[in-house]
Design a protein around this ligand. Structure first.
Ligand code: DAH
Length: 343
């Protein structure tokens, strides 16, 4: 019985390796394996020598062998009939096949993933929220009540259908949604697409990507914020890069700051990229405003926290020395294919 099994296995290997280029080859395959005097019939004929206790098992093996040969025959037929059409059409089948271009990740995705993974190593979890927001989550809860002048800082797309709806102008709205869940401490980053009604140019677009971060617990201090962002900068841009904080204003943080990094091009003395200051701004940050915590149902006497927000496009442009924001959304493969390497 073992001999028979070995024969079947050998035939199966032969069948797998069989290559047909022309219709004649397929026909030769049919005659050799599936014809009236073919090997499948011959193997089936051995059934009479199989002992009664093994008949059931071998019946199955032979049946499976027959199906195997038939499937291969169908596959060969499909290939050679295509080939003969191609030959009739004068095509040269010995030529190598067309190369299919391989895609690559978009630079914005590469950099966003890198930002996310750096913060994940510090224990931040990713939180996401809707791109169509309501006024409360995008503005009011963030200490930006109606008619607050700081709303002008973010040119907003409103949705006609409902005056309360808008395209989110930042992912701070996701921070609000997480705080409202009431589970503390919170340590999240919020990557996502945001929209602003700006005239499209090399430096502005009507949409871009942000990663915002929020850490709320007991006794969180500005020193924690500084150390967290310093770690991020060193991991993202290199150990030699320095940071500095400048006082700023955001309604949802107090105190607020903008953070600069030492210029990656000149390293300090000044050049065109840093407008001859030696520093480049990369993000906004600050300590969560008590009004924001109270709006979201968090006891501002007990908890403190920090927040920050950065534009992924800006980080990508600095990282790769890209001068025009429009390149990110033009889908020109000559641009996109330059970013296959991990950052
Ligand atoms: N939401 C701000 C913006 O889009 C960026 C920002 C600044 C976010 C400071 C923050 C922050 O969380 O603390 O302009």
């Amino acid at each position: 019985m073992d001999d028979l099994l070995e024969r079947i296995n050998n035939y199966k290997t032969e069948i797998s390796d069989f290559i047909a280029e022309k219709a004649e080859d397929t026909e030769a395959f049919r005659i050799k394996y599936l014809g009236t005097k073919g090997l499948v019939k011959e193997v089936m004929g051995e059934m009479k020598n199989v002992t009664a206790d093994k008949k059931r098992e071998f019946g199955q093996i032979m049946n499976e062998f027959k199906l195997f040969a038939e499937a291969k025959y169908d596959a060969l037929k499909a290939v050679t009939s295509n080939n003969s059409q191609a030959i009739e059409a004068g095509e040269d089948l010995s030529l190598p096949a067309d190369q299919l271009p391989l895609g690559s990740r978009h630079p914005i995705s590469l950099v966003r993933n890198r930002i996310v993974s750096i913060f994940q190593r510090l224990g931040f979890a990713v939180a996401e929220g809707p791109e169509i927001e309501d006024d409360w989550h995008n503005f009011t809860a963030l200490n930006l009540p109606e008619n607050h002048p700081a709303r002008d800082m973010q040119d907003t797309f409103y949705i006609n259908q409902n005056p309360d709806w808008l395209l989110r102008t930042h992912t701070s709205s996701v921070q609000v949604r997480e705080m409202e869940k009431g589970k503390l401490p919170i340590r999240i980053i919020c990557p996502g697409r945001v929209y602003r009604n700006e005239t499209i140019s090399a430096r502005a677009h009507c949409f871009f990507h942000q990663v915002e971060g929020l850490y709320i617990a007991e006794n969180v201090s500005f020193a924690d914020l500084k150390q967290t962002l310093y770690f991020f900068v060193q991991e993202m841009f290199g150990k030699e890069v320095k940071i500095r904080f400048r006082p700023s204003y955001f309604p949802f943080t107090e105190p607020s700051a903008e953070m600069d990094i030492s210029c990656l091009i000149c390293g300090g003395p000044g050049c065109n990229v840093c407008k001859h200051t030696g520093w480049v701004e990369i993000l906004g940050c600050g300590m969560a405003h008590p009004n924001l915590l109270d709006n979201c149902g968090i006891d501002s006497n007990k908890y403190t926290g920090f927040a920050f927000g950065m534009g992924v496009e800006r980080i990508t442009m600095l990282k790769y020395q890209i001068k025009d924001l429009r390149l990110f959304s033009e889908n020109d493969v000559r641009f996109l294919k330059q970013f296959t390497a991990a950052v």
